[in-house]
Write a protein that binds this ligand. Sequence first.
Ligand code: HEM
Length: 452
Amino acid sequence: MSRSQNTFLIKLSAAVVMTPLLMEGNSGGPPAGRTGAPRSSGFESTCAAAGCHTGTGNPFNTGIEMNFGSGGANYRPGGPRVTFTMTLPTASVYGFQMSARVASDAANAQAGTFTPATGQGVLCADGGDRPASGCRAATPIEYLQHSDAALRSNAITIQWTPPATNVGDVTIYVAANSANGNGSTSGDRITVQNFTLKPAAGTSNAPAIRADRPVLQAFSGSTGISPGTWVEIYGANLATATREWSSNDFTGAKAPTSLEGVRVKVAGKDAFVRFISPTQVNVQVPDGIGAGNGIQVELANAAGSNTTTVSAAAVSPALLTTPTFNVGGRQYVAALFPDFRTFVGREGLIAGVPFRPAKAGDTIIIYAVGCGATNPASPAGEIVPAARNLASPITVRFGQTTATAQAFLAPQAIGLCQFNVTVPNVAAGDIAIDATVNGVATGQTLFTTIGN
Ligand code: HEM
């Protein structure tokens, strides 16, 4: 196994993060995602985007006055809705878009929730109006804004309910338009500003695991876990630092069971901590956790601990894919050719990434987690010295056609299983691909592409 394969395997076993969608109206309210807030890459545009509002712009972060009321620029976790007043530079008509984010994860984490006042509305990051049930978990970011028509007053009421737990600092991002009322985009004054709200004094900053889908399996985002698989734990105050494990954290081939004082126990057993941040912690589930519902997951750090429960089974297979492999609404498996460089898929599927369709007889490599025990056994939390065959039978199907495949725990990695699959003779084009381990399916809806 070459160095590049090694580095690739190590990197691959860490590839687990999420991200949001945007899309393009007018005085009746701008399109979602125009507050200048951070995005997974770069920053959102604002009202002054090319082809939109022109005129005089205020120097960044000046021009808007925010009166947060008696509590000042603080918030009380779990506290009641608060009302504050935003005053824009004077003009004829006004508009704004606002977003509230967890400062430590501003691109992804919504903080609290908005209640629209008269003449206002709330959009979700997917571009749609916020339904009564709130924005979808995949696109949680909310945008409060003027709606239906430009506002007549520059004193704007904002109603915001703080988050249930102490999420650390909250940043409010605003892009506002003090417009001349000419019914067009010219001659307006755009102001882009952000404000920080701090947790009120005396607020506990003990870790708080989120209530909705607290623990998700890597690659699939499913809620079931198994010994040796990789999971992401979500919440607030989970850690005060953001970092991944490094070789210094290892004891020989043994992975760390804590990073910067952050420790996770599953069914009372130490998990292996790979990545920490205030809002997400990634760990490998230890062996010997048992099976069933109500399996305890406890996260502890210097400020305290918090516990949630999950369901566990002997295996919980999930094939490697990421949000980037969702193209045109279709989720493709991240399968590789044996050069460990070229992915399986139609050319150009993802810009800048080498792809080609697979042909009958080709060998392709698919990584997975949640494959359960090996024979001989390979303890969780240890770098696997050599390939270890899975103890359970596996199947891989292209549509209704079963492929020849073998699976093993990949060497020089931790908890990563590798499927080597011979592509069967099936029709060219996109085809559904799934796998089972010990008869247990992944539950994922994945595709791959066959060429002539
Ligand atoms: C947060 C960002 C934005 C705010 C607060 C905002 C606000 C407003 C306001 C107050 C007006 C009325 C202007 C007037 O009568 O003088 C307006 C009009 C308009 N805006 Fe925006 N806008 C924003 C973003 C955008 C963007 C990104 C575009 C382009 C895609 C856009 C396109 C237009 C157009 C074409 C009009 C004139 C037609 C109409 O009234 O709908 N706006 N906007």
